[in-house]
Design a protein around this ligand. Structure first.
Ligand SMILES: [Zn+2]
Length: 170
Protein backbone atom coordinates (compact mmCIF):
# COMPACT_ATOMS: atom_id res chain seq x y z
CA UNK A 1 0.00 0.00 0.00
CA UNK A 2 3.06 2.18 0.19
CA UNK A 3 3.00 3.12 -3.48
CA UNK A 4 -0.65 4.06 -3.34
CA UNK A 5 -0.03 6.30 -0.34
CA UNK A 6 2.69 8.02 -2.31
CA UNK A 7 0.29 8.52 -5.18
CA UNK A 8 -2.28 10.07 -2.87
CA UNK A 9 0.32 12.44 -1.46
CA UNK A 10 1.26 13.48 -4.99
CA UNK A 11 -2.23 14.78 -5.65
CA UNK A 12 -3.73 17.59 -3.61
CA UNK A 13 -7.52 17.88 -3.25
CA UNK A 14 -7.42 21.06 -5.36
CA UNK A 15 -5.47 19.28 -8.10
CA UNK A 16 -7.86 16.33 -7.89
CA UNK A 17 -11.10 18.34 -8.20
CA UNK A 18 -9.46 20.46 -10.89
CA UNK A 19 -9.07 17.43 -13.12
CA UNK A 20 -12.32 15.64 -12.25
CA UNK A 21 -14.14 16.68 -15.41
CA UNK A 22 -11.31 15.41 -17.59
CA UNK A 23 -11.15 12.27 -15.46
CA UNK A 24 -14.85 11.63 -16.07
CA UNK A 25 -14.53 12.46 -19.76
CA UNK A 26 -11.68 9.97 -20.02
CA UNK A 27 -9.40 12.60 -21.51
CA UNK A 28 -6.97 12.68 -18.60
CA UNK A 29 -3.47 11.33 -19.15
CA UNK A 30 -3.06 7.74 -17.87
CA UNK A 31 -0.82 8.16 -14.81
CA UNK A 32 -2.69 11.32 -13.78
CA UNK A 33 -5.94 9.43 -14.15
CA UNK A 34 -4.58 6.69 -11.88
CA UNK A 35 -3.61 9.31 -9.27
CA UNK A 36 -7.14 10.74 -9.32
CA UNK A 37 -8.57 7.24 -9.02
CA UNK A 38 -6.42 6.48 -5.99
CA UNK A 39 -7.11 9.86 -4.40
CA UNK A 40 -10.85 9.38 -4.82
CA UNK A 41 -10.64 5.98 -3.17
CA UNK A 42 -9.18 7.48 0.00
CA UNK A 43 -10.63 11.05 0.04
CA UNK A 44 -14.32 11.23 0.92
CA UNK A 45 -14.62 14.93 0.04
CA UNK A 46 -13.21 14.50 -3.47
CA UNK A 47 -15.22 11.28 -3.93
CA UNK A 48 -18.39 13.23 -3.11
CA UNK A 49 -17.44 15.91 -5.63
CA UNK A 50 -16.73 13.21 -8.18
CA UNK A 51 -20.11 11.59 -7.58
CA UNK A 52 -21.95 14.92 -7.83
CA UNK A 53 -20.20 15.72 -11.07
CA UNK A 54 -20.93 12.27 -12.45
CA UNK A 55 -24.59 12.55 -11.49
CA UNK A 56 -24.86 15.95 -13.15
CA UNK A 57 -23.16 14.69 -16.31
CA UNK A 58 -25.61 11.80 -16.55
CA UNK A 59 -28.56 14.12 -15.99
CA UNK A 60 -27.34 16.46 -18.71
CA UNK A 61 -26.74 13.52 -21.04
CA UNK A 62 -30.24 12.26 -20.27
CA UNK A 63 -31.91 15.51 -21.28
CA UNK A 64 -33.66 15.34 -24.64
CA UNK A 65 -32.12 17.36 -27.42
CA UNK A 66 -34.01 20.63 -27.76
CA UNK A 67 -35.06 21.75 -31.20
CA UNK A 68 -35.90 25.47 -31.45
CA UNK A 69 -39.52 26.03 -32.49
CA UNK A 70 -40.13 27.05 -36.08
CA UNK A 71 -41.04 30.63 -35.11
CA UNK A 72 -38.12 30.90 -32.70
CA UNK A 73 -36.68 34.00 -34.35
CA UNK A 74 -39.96 35.91 -34.75
CA UNK A 75 -40.19 37.31 -31.19
CA UNK A 76 -36.47 38.09 -31.23
CA UNK A 77 -36.68 39.99 -34.49
CA UNK A 78 -39.77 41.78 -33.19
CA UNK A 79 -37.87 42.96 -30.13
CA UNK A 80 -34.87 44.43 -31.95
CA UNK A 81 -34.84 47.76 -33.83
CA UNK A 82 -34.46 45.86 -37.10
CA UNK A 83 -38.17 45.04 -37.02
CA UNK A 84 -39.07 48.69 -36.61
CA UNK A 85 -36.67 49.51 -39.41
CA UNK A 86 -38.38 46.97 -41.66
CA UNK A 87 -41.82 48.25 -40.69
CA UNK A 88 -40.87 51.74 -41.83
CA UNK A 89 -39.83 50.52 -45.27
CA UNK A 90 -43.05 51.71 -47.03
CA UNK A 91 -42.46 55.19 -45.60
CA UNK A 92 -38.89 55.22 -46.86
CA UNK A 93 -40.01 54.11 -50.29
CA UNK A 94 -42.36 57.09 -50.57
CA UNK A 95 -39.45 59.42 -49.98
CA UNK A 96 -38.11 61.28 -52.99
CA UNK A 97 -34.93 63.34 -53.38
CA UNK A 98 -35.24 66.69 -51.62
CA UNK A 99 -35.25 68.72 -54.84
CA UNK A 100 -38.29 66.75 -56.00
CA UNK A 101 -40.30 67.42 -52.88
CA UNK A 102 -43.10 69.90 -53.40
CA UNK A 103 -41.88 72.38 -50.84
CA UNK A 104 -38.45 72.52 -52.50
CA UNK A 105 -40.03 75.14 -54.73
CA UNK A 106 -40.91 78.47 -53.10
CA UNK A 107 -44.59 78.80 -52.27
CA UNK A 108 -44.76 81.87 -54.50
CA UNK A 109 -43.70 79.77 -57.50
CA UNK A 110 -46.09 76.95 -56.61
CA UNK A 111 -49.10 79.20 -56.15
CA UNK A 112 -51.79 78.88 -58.82
CA UNK A 113 -51.90 82.67 -59.26
CA UNK A 114 -48.18 82.81 -60.12
CA UNK A 115 -48.43 79.90 -62.51
CA UNK A 116 -51.52 81.22 -64.30
CA UNK A 117 -50.10 84.71 -64.42
CA UNK A 118 -46.89 83.26 -65.82
CA UNK A 119 -48.79 81.36 -68.50
CA UNK A 120 -50.81 84.45 -69.44
CA UNK A 121 -47.60 86.48 -69.57
CA UNK A 122 -45.92 83.81 -71.72
CA UNK A 123 -48.91 83.60 -74.04
CA UNK A 124 -49.01 87.39 -74.35
CA UNK A 125 -45.29 87.64 -74.99
CA UNK A 126 -45.38 84.76 -77.46
CA UNK A 127 -48.29 86.34 -79.31
CA UNK A 128 -46.52 89.69 -79.35
CA UNK A 129 -43.37 88.04 -80.69
CA UNK A 130 -44.97 85.97 -83.44
CA UNK A 131 -48.04 87.95 -84.55
CA UNK A 132 -47.03 91.52 -83.84
CA UNK A 133 -43.34 91.01 -84.58
CA UNK A 134 -42.41 92.47 -81.19
CA UNK A 135 -38.89 92.85 -79.83
CA UNK A 136 -36.79 89.72 -79.16
CA UNK A 137 -36.96 90.34 -75.44
CA UNK A 138 -40.53 89.00 -75.60
CA UNK A 139 -39.05 85.54 -76.17
CA UNK A 140 -37.21 85.76 -72.88
CA UNK A 141 -40.37 87.05 -71.21
CA UNK A 142 -42.33 84.10 -72.64
CA UNK A 143 -39.79 81.61 -71.30
CA UNK A 144 -39.76 83.39 -67.94
CA UNK A 145 -43.54 83.22 -67.79
CA UNK A 146 -43.49 79.49 -68.50
CA UNK A 147 -40.92 78.76 -65.78
CA UNK A 148 -43.20 78.43 -62.70
CA UNK A 149 -45.60 76.04 -64.40
CA UNK A 150 -42.71 74.13 -66.00
CA UNK A 151 -40.90 73.80 -62.68
CA UNK A 152 -43.99 72.49 -60.90
CA UNK A 153 -44.79 70.04 -63.70
CA UNK A 154 -41.22 68.78 -64.08
CA UNK A 155 -41.08 68.23 -60.34
CA UNK A 156 -44.30 66.22 -60.39
CA UNK A 157 -43.03 64.12 -63.31
CA UNK A 158 -39.75 63.51 -61.49
CA UNK A 159 -41.57 62.52 -58.32
CA UNK A 160 -43.78 59.95 -59.98
CA UNK A 161 -40.82 58.62 -61.96
CA UNK A 162 -38.78 58.09 -58.78
CA UNK A 163 -41.71 56.44 -57.01
CA UNK A 164 -42.45 54.23 -60.02
CA UNK A 165 -38.84 53.05 -60.10
CA UNK A 166 -38.93 52.32 -56.35
CA UNK A 167 -42.10 50.27 -56.75
CA UNK A 168 -40.57 48.10 -59.45
CA UNK A 169 -37.53 47.57 -57.20
CA UNK A 170 -39.60 46.22 -54.31
ZN1 LIG B 1 -9.36 15.07 -1.86
Amino acid sequence: MNGQDNNQQDLSCTACTGTLQEYLDGTLEKTQSLRVFLHLRDCAACKQEHDDLLLMSRMLDGLPAVEPPADFDAPILASVPYAAYKAMEPLRRERVPVFLEENALPAAVRSVITRVAGLVLAAGAGAGLFFLNGPDVLGAVAILGLLPEAAVRLQAVGRSAVLAVRRTES
